[in-house]
Design a protein around this ligand. Structure first.
Ligand code: C5P
Length: 418
């Protein structure tokens, strides 16, 4: 982190509700205090069944509050809500989310989030079945529309030995999201104020209403790029085919087909400073998808394919002065040569060459190994590492292009090569 910590001297209300992940809120509390924040903990009755209130009282800046009644202050929720710079609820149960979405203030925490004008960061944690329930998702969508920042749960081990989505986000991710909320768009970061559009995932091209052509892209690298750009201060629009979680503050546009992706990317790119096409866009689609399910009884269908629009090439044609364009080249053979050819063919500043056949690299892995090729002939090799680290390396190259100023990729690249 560069510059002052946005958490320093900030008043944080930390709401803890009754889920097994309440024990992780202890670490969160400690991290917020260590960063210089004044933390006022509020626990629900059920939270105290998982973690003792003494633990939070000892670590936080004030003793735990649990109730609207019986304390020294007659109206604790208004004072807490009015004084807060941010309210963080971690873990947030389905009950809390439902009450908050519907304005039901049946305890001190729900009353506080309704009484505050400060930003609210909600970190859900629950079993996969509950997380995926329409009621929970609708309530979260409602909260998001009202400006609440939702830090989505991660995938992993859950209570009772189950595995799935629903685990509280990592404490690091929660702290990062709170910092981003407090720091606002001008938070210290080399992409501060820059609009960055990222595409992610593999497109799905229908053959009939139930079948489609797609590829193995998981969207992990694109999502890591969107998260990293947001952390570095960018305003991020992520056009994705996947339901993967994203960092707080990233605007998500969900699409399926190359045509939908084209429309979303071109419209978001019109005023963007940077566009990173990490998506694996299908190269071909069915020329005339069947309107009803193709039946096996009718025999093998003649599938006529046509090319999809090349979004990146279109971006290259429409490029605004100073706009930085980044493509990905997922190849299995002659990786660098083919990637280099794309630099010119698509008129982009950078191509990230990705040998998707190499061990640990490419589709669906958590790791990747790439070579970042510049239009002027320069290249940076990034050995096998996390997709997050690859994302930062790509954004380092993007930041370098941005600082080079509003000139075409050839001249910019030539300058870098000199
Ligand atoms: O030409 P090729 O498909 O290998 O180029 C890959 C790059 O072009 C990726 O950045 C991908 O997102 C982008 N692309 C695109 N539209 C397509 C196909 C690929 O924007 N139809």
């Amino acid at each position: 982190m560069t510059g002052a910590d946005p958490l320093a001297s900030k008043r944080v209300v930390l709401g803890v509700t009754g889920g097994i992940a309440a024990y992780k809120a202890v670490e969160l509390c400690r991290r917020l205090v260590d960063a210089g924040a004044h933390v006022s903990p509020v626990m629900t009755e059920d939270a105290t069944r998982f973690v003792g209130e003494v633990t939070f009282s000892a670590l936080a800046s004030e003793p735990v509050r649990r109730s609207l009644w019986g304390g020294p202050e007659p109206i604790p929720h208004t004072r807490l809500g009015q004084n807060a710079d941010v309210v963080v609820v971690a873990p947030a149960t389905a009950r809390f989310i439902g009450c908050y979405a519907h304005g039901i203030s049946d305890d001190l925490l729900t009353a506080t989030v309704l009484a505050t004008r400060a930003p609210v960061v909600v970190c859900p944690a629950m079993h996969t079945e509950m997380w995926e329930h329409g009621a929970v998702q609708d309530n979260l969508a409602l909260l998001r529309r009202r400006g609440v920042v939702v830090v989505p749960p991660a995938q992993g081990r859950l209570a009772g030995g189950d595995t799935g989505v629903g685990r509280l986000a990592e404490v690091d991710d929660i702290v990062r999201s709170v910092r981003a909320v407090l720091g606002g768009p001008d938070a210290a970061g080399d992409l501060s104020g820059v609009k960055v559009v990222v595409s992610a995932g593999g497109t799905r091209e229908p053959i009939d209403p139930v079948r489609f052509i797609t590829n193995r892209s998981s969207g992990k690298q694109g999502h890591a790029l969107a998260d990293a750009a947001a952390r570095r201060g960018a305003r991020v629009v992520l056009v994705t085919t996947t339901e993967r979680p994203v960092a707080a503050g990233v605007d998500v546009v969900r699409v399926d087909t190359a045509a939908e992706m084209e429309q979303a990317v071109l419209s978001a790119a019109a005023d963007a400073g940077v566009v990173v096409m990490a998506a694996a866009v299908a190269d071909f689609r069915a020329k005339a998808p069947a309107t009803s399910k193709l039946s096996k009884a009718d025999g093998v269908p003649d599938l006529v394919l046509e090319p999809t629009p090349d979004i990146l090439a279109e971006l290259g044609r429409r490029r605004r002065p100073g706009q930085v364009l980044v493509g990905f080249a997922a190849e299995t053979d002659e990786v660098e040569d083919r990637a280099r050819a794309k630099l010119g063919a698509k008129g982009v500043d950078l191509v990230v060459a990705n040998d998707v056949a190499a061990p640990g690299a490419g589709f669906d892995h958590d790791t990747n190994a790439v070579t970042i090729l510049g239009a002027g002939g320069g290249s940076t090799r990034v050995g096998l590492t996390s997709k997050e680290a690859v994302a930062d390396a790509v954004l380092d190259a993007v930041a370098e292009c941005l600082s080079a100023g509003p000139e075409g990729p050839d001249e910019r690249g030539a300058r870098r090569a000199r």
